[in-house]
Design a protein around this ligand. Structure first.
Ligand code: FRU
Length: 556
């Protein structure tokens, strides 16, 4: 059932064979590669080694995330293949078996003409052929996305016969028309036997809910409007069923990304735990909850196809519209990285109520040697310090976790009881640091103020959170640093923060210290080298070529 279209190379509307009469044209603009992944060099000193970043050029939101039946994870992404700033948007595509080792694939979605961009959206698998596109297979994939022109944004679909490597636009697009130029980012899930779409009326602060039996005809079901922080736009909503920790129960989470106008500046994602009955979403309370307390975590998307009894899996764009188009990675030919893949579930915590816990998805595929294996200070870091030189790690990436136990109630802990950590460059003196105060209001901070490779007034240097938790008993932290991105997870993922930073020399000495801890406290720190996932994909010239053989583009 594959299409056998004939390609026109370069600036072209792809010609259509007779068999495809009626299929919308696909526009391949000047300099836009088609039919083959983009070869690239992933060795630059700012290039993360265990995170996904595009081969070249500019990436933003994750799109179309799904897990296929063979266990391959697919991430598409907003992609301008011809510049290191946004514009000329397509869907780039990468696949992985473990969410850390990625294969670049050919661009998956092109616009219909030179004046249209393919904006954000999602993908589903349609094994029951509800769409009618897939009479003879159970692995059909449908992408649902916004087409953007100067005058309007509409919702469209495209179908794939080959597991999501190549797509054919639906001949009767759009599936939801509009007169608005601020109506975008459809995310579709299945509720019983009905497809449900959430989509943003961005500047009206409305999330629209639509339902469909076939992904082609959509009916309006309800609106969720003016909830939480507004910023100046709602973007990239997601609706996701999620397990509740230690129970067999589930709840739904509605996420809304807001940009510009986040409290810290620029972009953030907020979320609402709640209940969904197939047409209406009801939040558990009136609170706005922020998914990540720093500035570089936006447009997070949950993967379709993960069993509902398991934690939901997500990935986010680790940047911020305030400065993303100025960051110095352009000197290496690329801009923007995805966050670590994360697992997510709900739990009900003291005072705050429902909380979405986010933790790194199983990091073992990229974990290297434990650097603290026989380090007595790491095994008991009470009121002393520890330094680990990881300059011999070719990846320049490191994962650590620490737990503090045996703590008395917070009122009995001095305000000068701290856990601190630093990543330092012995060459330039630059550092990234963070710390937690066990007494007082239990604040945690992370600071990029002592990195110097990037200067922009909106690249504000510190983020902090008050944990609002009495740490009686235990406190924990996990951190993952990868050249120009750091992610931190507190108290088993109840709070998380994503921070990009751009040093002029690699940060290669990790140190951690505690001070002022009361008697009875115990501290354990473990540190691992992170292995480079990209180095494994390089040829002898250091070039990563991506998936050049399988799933060839059908019309070249
Ligand atoms: C969010 C966003 C989306 C839009 C896309 C365009 O970052 O503005 O609303 O679809 O980026 O690239």
């Amino acid at each position: 059932m594959k299409s056998s279209r004939v390609a026109a190379v370069g600036t072209a509307l792809v010609g259509l064979g007779a068999a495809d009469a009626g299929t919308p044209a696909v526009y391949i603009g000047p300099g836009v590669p088609s039919g083959t992944p983009i070869a690239a060099n992933y060795t630059g000193p700012l290039r993360p080694q265990a995170h996904y970043s595009p081969p070249t050029a500019f990436m933003n939101d994750p799109n179309g995330c799904f897990l296929d039946a063979s266990g391959t994870w697919h991430v598409y992404y907003q992609y301008n293949p011809t510049d290191v700033v946004a514009g000329n948007q397509h869907w780039g595509h990468a696949t992985s078996k473990d969410l850390y080792h990625w294969d670049n694939q050919p661009i998956a979605l092109f616009p219909p003409d030179a004046d249209t961009n393919v904006f954000s959206g999602s993908a589903v698998i349609d094994p029951e052929n509800t769409s009618g596109f897939f009479p003879s297979q159970d692995n059909g994939v449908v992408a649902i996305y916004t087409l953007n022109t100067d005058t309007k944004q509409t919702q469209n679909i495209a179908y794939s016969y080959d597991d999501g490597y190549t797509f054919i636009p639906y001949e009767n697009n759009p599936v939801i028309d509009s007169e608005s130029n601020q109506f975008r980012d459809p995310k579709v899930i299945k509720y019983e036997d009905t497809w449900v779409m959430v989509v943003a009326f961005s500047q009206e602060f409305v999330i629209g809910f639509y339902t469909s039996k076939d992904l082609k005809t959509w009916e309006f079901a309800s609106n969720f409007s003016h909830h939480g922080l507004l910023g100046t736009q709602y973007e990239c909503p997601n609706l996701q069923k999620m397990p509740i920790k230690d129970t067999d129960e589930t709840k739904y989470v509605l996420t809304i990304s807001i940009n510009p106008g986040a409290p810290l500046g620029g972009s953030i994602m907020e979320y609402f735990p709640g209940d969904f009955n197939g047409t209406h979403f009801t939040p558990v309370d009136n609170a706005a909850r922020i998914a990540d307390f720093a500035k570089d975590n936006y447009a997070g998307q949950f993967f379709y196809g993960v069993p509902e009894t398991e934690p939901a899996v997500s990935i986010a764009w680790a940047s911020n519209w305030q400065y993303t188009q100025n960051v110095p990675t352009a000197d290496e030919g690329w801009r923007s990285v995805m966050s670590l893949p994360r697992i997510n579930y709900l739990t009900n915590i003291t005072r705050l109520g429902w909380d979405m816990v986010s933790l790194p998805y199983d990091v073992s595929p990229v974990l290297g040697d434990e650097l603290t294996a026989s380090n007595a200070d790491a095994a008991s870091l009470v009121n002393k310090s520890l330094a680990i030189d990881f300059s011999s790690a070719a990846s320049n990436a490191l994962y650590f976790n620490a737990s503090v136990s045996g703590l008395p109630p917070v009122k009995n802990i001095s305000a000068s009881a701290w856990f601190n950590f630093t990543f330092l460059s012995p060459v330039s003196g630059e550092s990234l640091s963070g710390g937690y105060q066990f007494g007082g209001d239990n604040p945690f901070f992370v600071s990029r103020e002592r990195t110097r490779g990037f200067d922009n007034p909106f690249f504000t240097d510190k983020a902090s959170i008050s944990q609002l938790l009495d740490p009686a008993g235990t406190w924990s932290i996990a951190g993952f640093i990868d050249r120009s991105i750091f992610e931190v997870f507190l108290d088993g993922g109840i709070f998380s923060g994503t921070v990009t930073f751009f040093p002029t020399a690699p940060l290669s000495i990790f140190s951690a210290a505690t001070g002022g801890l009361p008697e009875g406290a115990q501290v354990q720190v473990k540190v691992w080298e992170v292995k480079s996932a990209w180095a494994e994909k390089e040829d002898e010239n250091g070039t990563v070529r991506g998936n050049v053989t399988a799933n060839a583009w059908p019309w070249v």
